[in-house]
Structure formats: structure tokens, C-alpha cells
Design a protein around this ligand. Sequence first.
Ligand code: PLP
Ligand code: ZN
Length: 412
Amino acid sequence: MYFTGFVCVKCGAVYPPDQDLLLCPACQNLLEAQYAYARLGRDLDRDALWRRPHTVWRWLELLPVRDPDKIVTLGEGGSPLLRSERLARLCGVRELWVKSDATSNPTGSLKDRSITVAATKAREFGYGILSCDSTGNKASSAAAYAARAGLRSVVFCPYETPLPKMAQAVFFGAELIRVKGHYSEINAMYRRLIHSRQVKWYDCGTDNPFRYEGKKTYAYEIAQELGWKVPDRVLHPAGGGMSLVKTWKGFNELKTLGWVDRLPRMTAVQARDCAPIVDAWARGDREVTGIEKKPTVASALGVADPGLLGNRTLEMIRASDGAAAGVTDEEILTATRWLAQEGLFVEPSGAVTLAGLPKLVASGHVDRDESVVCVVTGSGFKDFERIAQMVRIPERVISGYDEMVAVATALG
Ligand SMILES: Cc1ncc(COP(=O)(O)O)c(C=O)c1O
Ligand SMILES: [Zn+2]
């Protein structure tokens, strides 16, 4: 095992690898997993890793797991990295790659990357129930991995969560609790409940430092797929922002291991109507201020007050010399259509990166000569009602071969 424990990002306290932790017990800030990088660098041959199955668990030694027999997997991660000349032209950059977590994860979103680790830790620590608060995707993922592990699940979602996400969670057997209010309000109550220790659930929510480690596998996959070359920039949709933070950590780890020789710029994209991280970045603030929640088509990113995660995200955008952009609902829906023209079925929340890139090029924050990876994060099936509203199903119904021939020949 190479996982050596956690360090607090604020007070620097260190904790051993066998402890069941959420936030830093000393100061209630975020914890970050540490590894024996020097030993890892000696023992692991980066090129031999190709031979392992292409899932999150290809990177086992770089994940905070003590007992590989406890791994709960559905074949998550290992998503395609697709180059697109057309999207590069539309966005105005030299080279564009789409990292599609939308189209190949077991429950249809990026959340599977992190929930696989959380479910594994729940089994290691001997819990019987997985729980989380969620804008929908985390809930359906937690429900699926609980089912796979033979555990129960309890999930709390805003009452307006897209139906497919709620249905998916319930179908996997979750106890779904719909809550009045928007996500950040529910998050505050849910975290209070978990920290009060009134329930013995394994929290797969925003405080779990084990879970987040799964997300850094984005960086490993992108670098490996590009022959250990690092793109100039990675764009990620940001709710709380932890996916971006962990992707940045992943690239830094690769550099520490000597597997890559440079780092990308990390760029967050949020819905304009719920963009506290973007606003704080634009103001040059060090901390994110919660905002008044307005509705947006990117409901999965509806985090009005990202708290500690938001501050950390801001810090990492700065550390990487990155940027942030807010995009309107109209721009988001246009981006989902662009992706559809490429054969990619992506929910609006997952498509915001493609909406943000041309704006960042226009504003001069992204150079036209850059190579860019846009991560897309959730399947179109996850917000299917929204997508269905964007198309018109023909009224006409034909009958019989003659009509078929008539229609076909008219189409040419
Ligand atoms: C589809 C989708 N994309 C992106 C995110 C944002 O991830 P993070 O909260 O790590 O910024 C979420 C979170 O719910 C999501 O469901
Ligand atoms: Zn601390």
C-alpha cells in the first residue's frame, strides 16, 4: 500500500491511513490524501499500466484503499478522449479533445469515479448504509454502488431534481428523500445531520476525502491517452468544484512521479445564473461568497454556496494560472446541440465546458493556439425531459410499404 494518510489543507495536521475521516478533526477543513510517491515512482512502470483494465482501478496504487478485496466496481472511468476538429473550429482553438464521462460511465455521470472509492471505503470500514446529499447524479451513483455492494442507500435531493436521476436512484433501491429548498440549503442540513452522529451511515457527500480521490483519475487517463503529454488546458463543469481540484492534484502527482513534465491550466465553467466561483474569481477574491439561487438548465451545478470546496477550487484555478467562465442557459443548450452533432448525448450541466470555451477565447483568457480538453460529465438520459423539449418528434405516421417508398424517394 502506498496511501500514507491525510494532511489538512488548512492546519497541516496529519492523520494515519486507517482512520475513518471526513473533515479535519482539528479545524474542520478539507483533508487531502498523501502517498509514498518516491516508492511509487520506483515500483510502478507507467507504461505497464496499459495492460490493466481501463477503469478507475487501473490506478489502484494511487487510491486511498487498504484492502483491494473490498473494491466495489461497475467498470467506471476509462472514458473516451475524443479529438474533434469541428468543435475546435467552433470554439476557436487549435486542438480540442472531449473527455466524455457522459457516455460511458455505469450510471451515466462522472460521479461513478468517486462513488466507487466511497463504496469501497464503506465496506472497508464495515458500514451497512451509503448516504449522500445530491443534485441527482451522486444520488443515483451511490444507489447503484450500494446495490452492487449489497448495502442500503439513503439519498437527499432537492425536490425539483430531474426525474430520470431520481427514478434511477429509486430503481437501484435507494431510500430517496426529496427536500424543499435548493442544494446548498440541503447540504447544510445534511452535513449537520452526519456530523451530529445521530446516524451510522457512510457519508458519500461533500466532506468525504476518500471519495474525492477517485476524481483525479481524469488526469491520469488524459495524460496516458495523450502519450504522457499534458494539454495546455482542462475545462471542467463546476458545482462545488472538487472535480477540478482533484484533476489538478492528479496532474501534480504525475509530475511528482516524473511521468509528465508540465501541468495544464485548470478552468472552471459554471452556469451564469449560479456562478459563485466564477464571480469570486472575476472579483479577484480569495474566498467564494454564497449567492442567491436562481434556476438554470444546468441543475446539477446548482450549488449556490460551495463553501470550503469553492475556496479550494478558487485556489487551484489560481495555482494553475487558469480561468473561470459563466455561461447562459441559451449558450449551454447550444453546446449540447454541438455535442449532439458530434454524436455525443450530454445533459446540459455536463456540456457547459463547450459553452464556456468560445467565450474564454473571445475574452482573451484562452489563447487560440492552445490544446484544450473539455470534460463533459453527464449523459443526456440524465436530464431526458429537458432534451426531449429541444426536439420535435414528427406528427406524421406512415403505414405500409408504398408510403415508405414515397417518403424514401422524396428524401432522396
Ligand atoms: C453532470 C455533473 N457535472 C459536474 C458536476 C460538478 O462536480 P463538482 O461538484 O465536483 O464541481 C456535477 C455535480 O453534481 C454533475 O452532476
Ligand atoms: Zn485542520
